[in-house]
Ligand binder design. Structure first.
Ligand SMILES: [Zn+2]
Length: 237
């Protein structure tokens, strides 16, 4: 197999004290159900770096950096994915069997593709969310959610979003961010017959997150007109 199995990773994460790991690198104080500290990734005087102690995820409201404890270690200690998991395993007193984590070139390529897709999903989720919360184009979708009794706190917590009705927008937006059309065609976010045509247009977006807090897919609910009421993008993993 060549990579850390999901079950081993889950065991390691279950035994990890997230907060103490973060606190090795920074000071955190508890406030309103989360832990807060000065962001290690940008200069600031008031804390906007938050940590969720249940899932170990971090998010900075200042520079929008976010991710798992593994991403955090990779970034702060300049570790590769496997090295970061090794560090967690060591602290959790779990031995990684020798057959796990032996990499080969094919795995590296797959891992790279997967992490590019996850990175794209994460950026897209925050853009869809921003459009819903702040932009004129998402105003009606937001009103629909509020009218249905979904409070703003839940919209924020689950990062609900809005995919614009303009069917040319998504492809333009992502190629503008530097993604190649070839890569975009593999994301599952566009029609297979017409690779510039988005799967989601004029829909409320529900990001689908796995146990490690990664954005692996999206669900989209139609808000008007014809078409299937709900559609999901294919899982990235
Ligand atoms: Zn920051």
């Amino acid at each position: 197999m060549g990579r850390i199995s999901e079950s081993l990773l889950q065991d390691i994460l279950a035994k990890t004290n997230f907060i103490s790991l973060y606190q090795d690198k920074m000071r955190l104080t508890r406030k309103g159900g989360k832990w807060w500290g000065l962001c290690p990734f940008h200069a600031e005087k008031t804390p906007s770096f938050s940590v969720d102690d249940q899932r170990g995820l971090f998010y900075c409201f200042g520079c929008q950096k976010g991710g798992s404890i593994i991403d955090f270690l990779m970034e702060t200690d300049k570790l590769g994915f496997f090295e970061a998991v090794e560090e967690l395993a060591e602290r959790a007193d779990i031995k990684i069997p020798a057959h796990e984590g032996t990499w080969n070139e094919r795995d590296d390529k797959e891992e790279l593709e997967r992490s590019s897709l996850l990175g794209l999903n994460e950026k897209l989720a925050s853009t869809f969310h921003w459009l819903l919360m702040n932009h004129e184009t998402g105003k009606e979708a937001k009103e629909i959610l509020l009218r249905r009794g979904i409070p703003e706190t839940a919209i924020k917590r689950f990062s609900l979003g809005y995919a614009p009705a303009d069917i040319t927008w998504l492809h333009r937006f992502l190629t503008g961010k530097g993604y190649s059309p070839e890569f975009l065609a593999r994301t599952g976010l566009f029609a297979s017959r017409n690779p510039r045509f988005p799967l989601f247009a004029d829909r409320i977006i529900f990001p689908i997150v796995d146990q490690r807090g990664r954005y692996i897919a999206f669900g989209g609910r139609l808000i008007r007109g014809d078409g299937p009421k709900y559609i999901n993008s294919p899982d990235t993993l």
